[in-house]
Design a protein around this ligand. Structure first.
Ligand code: NDP
Length: 370
């Protein structure tokens, strides 16, 4: 009884973190609905319908950062507030993602819709259905929740990083390592929003249902674990040599080139199958699959680029501890698992065309290795 009385208050999210999170989500919902942005049709769903995504993430993010900067300048808020309340916010977002999962499950079970987006897919296994979700594209007040949560996660990651940076400046221990980590992440996150429309053709958006895996992954996992390097650098000093810093920049640049180049080539190919790839007409298998450019080097070259980028976010922390390498290690496991699932899906969808593509491009992610 006493233990319960002791634990219960600790399990209830603090009011301040609920207000912070609620304000963030309310801002995102309002900005996403009001601000201008290119409206992009999503992939055709099995029933022939297409969702439309308003890609105004970049303008929403820039406005948010400007508003927060103004708030800090006018002494309305402390830029270090997230860095000070990290654990509280982590617990609150985790609680939120659990509640959202339950609501999504209940709403999905009650759905009578027959559309591809809202039709409930119940497997009969409660854990499976909560984890993977039962509806493809659930909505709330006209907002596509899957697109909304991934946007929230990427912006949340940047906000955490900026707060950690402010804390580091406040503590007087801003280092070259912190600057490099922050620079690489800000470029990656801004790039994500510049090319937000490419997200509409990714596996998560077109094929995955919305359950705990995606909600938790987007709003908790992305912002809180991808920023581990920043938190770690707040407490650990790293002396980075100039050569190491330059090599680190190269890993980032090569990773970026491969990651963005591969995703762009596929996106362009899907919309204009005759568009030139590296100045040459594309090599196409069965009229459907691109087999030149990055997609002729490995069947998931985009994953290779992402892995190099992830490594570049950790290298500024040196090699003294495995903790800052959490993200690249996790990503390696995730992308190998994901690549297997995606290959199984493609093999079923494209059949002999996929087999021919695999013959032409034998490497999955790492040329000559895997
Ligand atoms: P992809 O963007 O690679 O999409 C896979 C789909 O692309 C396939 O299902 C197939 O869909 C199509 N496709 C596959 N090969 C070809 C080809 N040769 N020609 C034409 N179409 C092809 O996968 P993801 O959505 O998983 O990843 C997108 C990006 O997001 C990647 O860069 C990945 O690294 C990144 N990512 C990052 C994560 C992180 O935590 N940092 C997590 C997950 C992804 P179709 O049926 O339409 O043909």
């Amino acid at each position: 009884m006493d233990l319960a009385a002791l634990l219960l208050p600790a399990l209830i999210p603090s009011w301040s973190s609920v207000v912070l999170l609620g304000t963030f989500f309310a801002y995102l919902a309002a900005a996403g609905s009001i601000l201008p942005g290119k409206v992009v049709p999503g992939a055709a769903l099995p029933d022939g319908s297409r969702l439309r995504y308003r890609c105004n993430g970049l303008v929403s993010l820039l406005l948010l950062v400007a508003l927060l900067g103004l708030g800090a300048w006018m002494d309305f808020l402390r830029p270090t507030i997230i860095a000070e309340r990290g654990l509280e916010l982590l617990w609150t977002t985790f609680t939120f993602s659990t509640l959202v999962t339950l609501v999504l499950y209940a709403a999905g079970c009650n759905s009578t819709s027959d559309s591809s987006s809202l039709k409930p897919h119940l497997s009969g296994n409660l854990i499976h259905d909560l984890w993977f979700g039962i509806q493809l594209n659930p909505q709330f007040i006209g907002i596509d929740l899957k697109f909304f949560f991934v946007r929230a996660g990427m912006m949340g990651w940047l906000l955490i990083n900026l707060s950690v940076l402010a804390r580091s400046v406040q503590d007087g221990n801003l280092s070259l390592s912190m600057i490099l980590y922050q620079l690489f992440c800000v470029l990656y996150i801004l790039d994500y929003f510049v090319y937000e429309e490419y997200m509409t053709s990714t596996w998560d958006i077109i094929a995955e249902r919305l359950g705990f895996m995606l909600v938790f992954g987007d709003v908790v996992w992305i912002p809180f674990t991808f920023s581990i390097q920043g938190w770690w650098l707040l407490r650990n000093n790293v002396e980075l040599t100039t050569t190491a810093a330059i090599a680190n920049c190269f890993v980032f640049l090569i990773g970026y080139m491969v990651f963005r180049g591969a995703n762009k080539q596929k996106h362009v190919f899907k919309r204009s199958p005759k568009a030139l790839i590296w100045g040459q007409p594309p090599k196409v298998v069965g009229g459907k699959l691109l087999a030149s450019g990055y997609w002729g080097i490995a069947r998931h070259c985009n994953y290779l680029g992402d892995l190099l980028l992830a490594l570049s976010f950790s290298l500024p922390c040196g090699l003294s501890s495995p903790v800052p390498y959490f993200y690249p290690i996790y990503l390696l496991i995730l992308l190998i698992w994901r690549e297997r699932r995606d290959e199984a899906r493609c093999a079923e969808k494209y059949r002999e065309i996929w087999a021919e593509y695999c013959r032409l491009v034998p490497w999955r992610i790492f040329p000559y290795l895997y």
